[in-house]
Design a protein around this ligand. Structure first.
Ligand SMILES: Cc1ncc(COP(=O)(O)O)c(C=O)c1O
Length: 419
């Protein structure tokens, strides 16, 4: 057989075995779908189009439209609104669609700021910069790891942003939405980028942005929400109809042509599974994050925000400067099959941010999906100790990690697959 074709097969097989069966995945922005959602991921929808506004512009779309509307209705029921659009093909694209709906080049908007955890799409380096928007960083309390409300309100008064973006990639604690909304009134839109915490919100175990005063949620559907990779926009039920129309026109004909229809059955299945098991999954995820943070602290690691209970989300942040910095440590841990990523903290310089930031951002959602509970968190934390503090032989620890992983190969919180 053709060598390159062979290599394609091999790459997929080895990757699958490695990441699915031999690694502990602790990247905070990833997850696995349920077996049922995976089963329905590949279908004829994969090759089809359904460009539409109020009207469809292609033929052959009756089922494409039905699956899209059905998916939207499941999220609509959960968030008590008719304003749901599942066409954005990624969380960053959902942000683009919202920015494009309400802002034009030169407009000022407020975002959390890169070293306070903003996603790059909401900064001058990403989509906001590409669109020519002027993003001003909110103030951040880098001890408590929450937005600094008093100083941010003064800044809002001064720069008068057209829109405020909340929600972060580095996200331990809820945003003070209610406080901001009460102080600024309803003139300025508050958008909440729920990419990371969407599964926790869906499961009712993190703040509920639309009930606390946010106008619109944007999210990824594949981080703590364990669906197919994609994006979604959800607005509060009493949003002005014209504002929703602006968002929809921004989606199509503005930004999205094909919307990867094949992911929608899996998205709908995941949402239905989350209706059944999401509360339990989200609760266990947060418990595991806290248990992992405690175990790491006991082993001597510098876990951030100990005085504030470490975390209320799926994430744990660890300052690893004493072990060589985030990049060095993340690479070291990959040698023992523990997959994590580096992250910049508020005190990092611009150079550190891109090269070797201070920290690790560790996510516990995927280990939770595979059935781990608090007692396993201690075992996992001990692997970090063995590698970084005890400096044990990497090959030996890797074998231990593989052995440990064997007990946790089936995703939980899922419907069974009928053969
Ligand atoms: C807060 C936040 N928003 C948006 C995104 C982009 O999401 P996606 O990768 O789905 O485009 C991310 C990605 O990690 C994120 O952390």
């Amino acid at each position: 057989m053709n060598d390159k074709l062979n290599r394609v097969f091999e790459i997929v097989k080895t990757h699958n075995e490695w990441r699915r069966e031999e690694c502990l995945n602790m990247i905070a922005s990833e997850n696995v779908m349920s077996p049922l959602a995976e089963k329905f991921f590949l279908s004829d929808f994969e090759g089809r189009y359904n460009e539409h506004d109020e009207e469809t512009h292609y033929q052959g779309t009756k089922y494409s439209l039905e699956i899209e509307l059905l998916t939207n209705s499941i999220f609509g029921e959960r968030f008590n609104t008719k304003y749901v659009d599942s066409r954005p093909i990624a969380g960053a694209i959902a942000n683009l669609c919202v920015y494009n709906a309400f802002l034009k080049p030169g407009d000022i908007f407020m975002s959390p700021g890169l070293t306070a955890g903003a996603h790059v799409s909401s900064t001058k380096y990403g989509i906001a910069g590409v669109m020519g928007l002027n993003s001003i960083d909110a103030f951040f309390d880098s001890e408590k790891f929450v937005l600094d409300v008093d100083n941010t309100l003064k800044l809002i008064e001064k720069v008068k942003p057209k829109l405020i973006m909340l929600g972060r990639s580095m996200f331990l604690f809820p945003e003070p939405i209610r406080e901001l909304r009460d102080a600024i009134g309803d003139k300025i839109k508050i958008i909440y980028d729920a990419a990371h915490v969407f599964g926790l919100i869906y499961g009712g175990k993190f703040q509920q942005p639309l009930e606390e005063g946010a106008d619109i949620i944007t999210a990824s559907t594949h981080k703590t929400f364990p669906g197919p990779q994609g994006g979604i926009i959800i607005a509060r039920r009493d949003l002005d109809e014209n504002d929703w129309r602006k968002i929809q026109r921004s989606i199509f004909p503005g930004i999205i042509s094909n919307h990867h229809i094949h992911r929608l059955p899996s998205l709908a299945i995941t949402a239905l599974e989350m209706n059944a098991f999401g509360e339990e999954y989200a609760e266990q995820t947060v418990k595991n994050a806290k248990a992992f943070a405690e175990a790491m602290t006991e082993f001597g690691f510098k876990v951030l925000c100990e005085d504030y209970g470490f975390t209320e989300s799926h994430q744990v942040l660890v300052d690893v400067r004493e072990f060589g910095g985030g990049k060095v440590v993340a690479e070291k841990m990959e040698e023992v099959n523990i997959i994590i990523n580096k992250i910049a903290f508020p005190w990092d310089t611009d150079k550190d941010v891109t090269q070797n930031p201070s920290g690790l951002r560790i996510g516990l959602q995927e280990l939770t999906r595979f059935g781990m509970k608090e007692s396993e968190m201690k075992v996992v934390a001990e692997f970090y100790k063995k590698v970084l503090i005890d400096k044990q032989d990497v090959k030996k620890v890797r074998e231990e990690v593989k052995e440990f992983r064997k007990e946790f190969l089936e995703p939980k919180y899922c419907f069974p697959v009928e053969e």
